[in-house]
Ligand binder design. Structure first.
Ligand SMILES: [Zn+2]
Length: 111
């Protein structure tokens, strides 16, 4: 084995060692998709993005029996539009543009 082996970058046909390292460096890194996407939750019933996860049971009522029917379950999702609740909420991936639109719409509806 001689010490003067042909460098890998020459064997692999790169123009320079820098190019070789660049190519190998970037292929080793996890490739992040170029387009940024945002995950948003969507109501499986009506398709509205106006869903929220229930963080706490509803308070503010003294009528405990009355509360029974409208009791929300912590950790479930609820749709503000059609009143759907459940765990199997849908997920959408939006591009940045779509996400901005989504925020606009959500902002209007929440207000
Ligand atoms: Zn809905």
């Amino acid at each position: 084995m001689g010490k003067l082996e042909t460098p890998d970058w020459i064997k692999e046909g790169f123009d320079s060692k820098a190019d070789y390292e660049k190519a190998h460096g970037s292929s080793k890194k996890k490739k992040v998709s170029e387009e940024k996407t945002f995950k948003v939750r969507k109501c499986p019933e009506c398709g509205s993005y106006n869903v929220n996860v229930v963080l706490s049971e509803q308070e503010g009522s003294d009528d405990e029996e009355d509360l029974e029917s409208s009791k929300k379950v912590v950790g479930e999702w609820e749709c503000k539009k059609c009143k759907w609740t459940g765990r199997d909420v849908e997920e959408d991936e939006l591009t940045e543009d779509e996400f901005m639109k989504y925020l606009d719409e959500k902002g209007e509806e929440v207000a």
